[in-house]
Design a protein around this ligand. Structure first.
Ligand code: CP3
Length: 366
């Protein structure tokens, strides 16, 4: 494979030396960008996902406009249940809706086993086009939802406040829940392997709803399946990032899940987590996405605080990764960027991470 010009992101994932902290933004291709909205005026969301040239175009937009160090392929986590046969629509104001949610054995029996190379070929094609058009400027991240997070949408049928349906399922019929989770884990492992095969340089598993479970239930219904996926993926040395939102008590277990990188939301201090789990994995995160509503001075202050917190912990941990004390950190927000953020603030955020981390790395190196 051709050498990637800016490989800071991949190096940080593998805890190799870097001369500054790389940065990208979850949900970086999306509605906060006028350039994205201009394309969305002409095509609906799923058409965008399924037209490789368009998906590639919006994937690359934040690299050019915001200056991030990695691209993430434009798609959605819900393309897997759709490929399994569930009719999906993305409705303005409501978000994703499955017309017929999965509630019992007969619903579950209607779900097809998928072959990602054919059923999700449009994602593989989007990756190939993106790789070609990016011309190795930055790495491309592939992704999937975790089995648990996919199951929540499949059972609830749409976003939810209390997750009553999916929680009823796991507590009243755990056998069926496990059967579905296993089916999803197999599909996700195949899907992520196929994305790597099609040119993705790393993959991220989004477990957005891991944190609605107690630590014990998280282990049983989410983490076990994430581990299964990582263990069974066909891959070379490509990094796997796991972002399980809100699972504060489970970081040590996550660190031994086989993931190279653990994504953190903003409700934990990154330095505290680093001290707790040690130096075996890299950390990604973790600025509160709503800090991007603030003025630039506040954004900069918050970026510096997070960089410093990580560096202090790395120093205390005697972490030998990277140059200085900041190796093994990928800067990101603690969840996706919100649609009403000013692109100018996203750009300033990325710039601050670059400037401030260079200062920090060189200050420590001398
Ligand atoms: O990060 C990126 O830029 C790549 C693209 C991406 C999308 N969705 C595009 C999208 C990624 C990585 C996702 C992941 C995703 N999708 C998650 C996990 C991450 C997270 O944010 O928690 C989840 C839970 C979904 C499911 C989903 N898809 C929701 C809840 C929604 C509606 C909410 C919203 O943001 O509108 C979607 C639709 C969606 N996925 C949009 C985009 C850009 C908006 C659709 C539009 O253009 O109208």
């Amino acid at each position: 494979m051709n050498k990637i010009e800016n490989d800071l992101f991949l190096r940080a994932c593998k805890r190799l030396p870097v001369d500054r902290t790389p940065v990208w933004i979850m949900r970086q291709a999306g509605r906060y960008l006028p350039e994205y909205r201009a394309i969305r005026q002409k095509y609906d969301f799923l058409t965008l996902c399924k037209t490789p040239d368009l998906a590639a175009e919006v994937t690359i937009q934040p690299v050019d406009i915001i200056g991030v160090d990695a691209a993430i392929i434009f798609s959605d986590i819900l393309v897997i249940p759709e490929a399994m046969g569930m009719a999906l629509s993305i409705e303005d104001g409501t978000g994703p809706v499955f017309a017929k949610p999965i509630r019992d054995e007969s619903d579950a029996a209607s779900l097809k086993d998928i072959d990602p190379g054919t059923d999700l070929k449009f994602v593989m094609d989007a990756l190939s086009v993106t790789k070609k058009e990016l011309n190795n400027r930055v790495p491309v991240i592939g992704f999937s939802g975790s089995p648990w997070t996919l199951l929540t949408y499949m059972v609830e049928g749409r976003g939810s406040k209390n997750f009553s349906q999916v929680k009823s399922l796991i507590f009243r019929n755990p056998k069926l829940a496990h059967k579905l989770l296993e089916k999803l884990a197999k599909a996700v492992a195949g899907y992520l392997s196929a994305q790597l095969e099609s040119g993705a340089n790393a993959v991220q598993i989004f477990d957005t709803w891991g944190g609605i479970l107690s630590p014990e239930d998280y282990r049983e219904f989410s983490l076990e399946y994430i581990k299964m996926i990582i263990a069974s993926m066909k891959k070379n040395d490509e990094p796997v990032i796991v972002f399980s939102k809100g699972v504060h008590q489970s970081f040590s277990e996550l660190a031994s899940s086989g993931a190279d990188v653990i994504g953190l939301d903003w409700t934990v201090d990154i330095g505290t987590v680093k001290r707790q789990i040690g130096n075996d994995v890299a950390l990604q995160g973790n600025m509160d996405p709503t800090v991007l509503y603030a003025d630039k001075a506040k954004i900069k202050k918050e970026v510096k605080r997070i960089l410093q917190s990580y560096a202090n912990a790395a120093n205390d941990n005697r972490d030998s990764a990277g140059s200085g004390n900041s190796g093994g950190h990928i800067f990101n927000l603690g969840h996706g960027i919100l649609p009403d953020i000013e692109p100018e603030n996203a750009r300033a955020f990325v710039e601050f991470v670059k400037e401030e981390s260079i200062k920090q790395h060189s200050a420590i190196a001398v």
